[in-house]
Write a protein that binds this ligand. Sequence first.
Ligand code: ZN
Ligand code: FE
Length: 750
Amino acid sequence: MKNENTYLVEIKGLVQGVGFRPFIYRIARDYDLCGNVENRNDGVAVRINCNESVLNQFISSVRKLSPPASYIESITYKVLDYEDFCEFKIVKSKNVSDSITDVSPDIAVCNDCLSDMKIQKNRINYPFINCTNCGPRFTIINNLPYDRDKTTMKDFIMCPDCQKEYSDIEDRRFHAQPIACDVCGPEYTLCYGNKNIHGTDDIVNHMADLIDKGKIISVKGLGGFFIACDAKNENAVLRLRRIKNREAKPFAVMFSSIEKVKEYAYVNKYEEDSLMSFRRPIVLLKKKKEPAASVTVGFNTLGVMLPYMPFHYLLFEKLKTSVIVLTSGNISDEPIIIDEKKDFEKLSVISDIILTYNRDIHNRTDDSIVNVINNQERIIRRSRGYVPSPFIVNMNVEGILGTGAELVNCFAIGKDNKAILSQHIGDLKNIETYEFYCETIERFKKLFNFNPTVIARDLHPQYLSSKYAEETNLQQIKVQHHHAHIASCMAEHKINEKVIGVSFDGTGYGDDNNIWGGEFFVCDFKSYKRVNHFDYIAMPGGDKVTEEPWRIAVSYLYKAFGKKFLEFDLAFMKNINPESVDFLCHAIDKKINSPLTSSSGRLFDAISALTNICTYSKFHAEAPMRLEAIIDKKIKTSYPFNVKNTILFEETIEQIVKDLKNNVSPSEISTKFHNTVISVICELADDLRDKHNINKVVLSGGTFQNKYLLKNVEILLQNKNFEVFSHCKIPTNDAGIALGQMAVASAILK
Ligand code: ZN
Ligand code: FE
């Protein structure tokens, strides 16, 4: 044929397990092309006969129309020897099972399926409807390649109707592994007193009624159980707080629609994109109106998500309320419950009624949490909808296991140039969570055919993730915590050169045995120089200070004023036993259980206590979060500070005390304090650029979850023509550490 070549088009990225081959088939058919498509180790390969202009149209259609959960990293093509094809075929994959590492995350039910749910005979209101473009994935997979018999759908034998759709390449459900209908698929049961209610319509009607009456219900979701109640019913929400023993941490809510979200929260275009994305995370929005007061407990933000399972849509059709609380079904720091039989008693304690279904959850996932800062989605908790999408890094990380940190742990495994981060694991100090950690590492080894040869771990000798590393008997590379933070952000942005690293967080083990967390580095992957840091301050009571921020406030006062501060008559001191304060000063003098820290998190704690916003913290990071919540953006002033060999805040504290004596509002003090920290970063960055001739600034660490801080630091540094890098797709908190550990290990091994 004239002008026709045989082209080989290679598409790399996340293109497996997301319906990519049938998608290519349909595009090829639309263009009337002959050839074939097959899975390869690192993507898919397409052979087509056409001329160059059709080729370009074909490629642009592939880019434009690709399935929602796919991610195209690159499309390249070359001319092959001419081959005569008479049709377009999906050909059997050549020996790819070994290194396919791509598993799709779970995908929210798509609009096509929602309409099918109203018209397809065997799927009317069927709550497990799914297709090639949507439905459960990671949570049901136990092995690769992704086939139905390697998922928890294997016990459900397809009926002839489903089988027909599954085998028909023209069908929307071609090779949709979890395909199901009301004849052959999973079903819900509502366990209510001694009764078990079956049948979706009955269940939905009952449940809607129970929620509207103020009951609390455990609901089996995609990755675990969630606890639901009417978010407008103050009594129900209060009762949920009591039985979950959760006094002060805001609850996330699910709204029936984006329109309803907008009644209660301010939503910009980027936030709307995140809310509507197939990943369906919880998005932290600025609150406009309160559902029930106990949902947000005084915070000015609202954690919001939209329905993502067919059942959620069915429920909202019947509910009177347009918003429900939906919080993880767990007890305090334990992992989210996934099996109602195993944990029946726990679920019975935290709810009145249990809604379950008869398909197992294999991989546990929590709801993911994001916020939008400077028009970019920033992930805070990475789990459902995001995991296990790999990250492509510009280095070889094969065989490296990054064991992560401790408090908000997440580990990472390396395959070739891909880092696969685990779902949010949680606080390893909790024994059940540690078991979940060990179990998930084993599952990742099996699922991704991963054999660790090197362990990258935190320097902290007591972290359970470090102890895990010790027990493997493999080569260990110890990575300093704050270096790992910066390396994580560098890996995310594929930077491999010397940078100015600003690593701010609550705590991390330093190589002088002190606790770090307000660090300025000049570093690359291999090594770092700690060029400046917050001046050390004693933490009287050690770890206790994180729960009792007043202790660190006293420590800062003592450092700035000596015992004179005892005469200041500060409001926050009125609730504290004077003897405890005396004892604290004594402990600092005698260095009794008073480790030194340069942590920025502790400075935020201190100011939160000083202003009497939070003297006792009821959940992790409550003090800085409450301090941020009262910011008044109109205030542009700040406090003085001093930069010598270290960064000193004595003058800052003196001025804050003066403001307190003059009855300046906590809101104004908080804002001026935030502005001060922003100035510290900008001033140091200027200074380090001059000294080291480096223009790239990398911001990482949990403190940068603070929206006001990150937003303004980014803008101000960009105005000074810095190239600024902060986290988007990897958490800036300790859940991002594992990637940094891995990157450092890779550089050292090279
Ligand atoms: Zn669908
Ligand atoms: Fe950290």
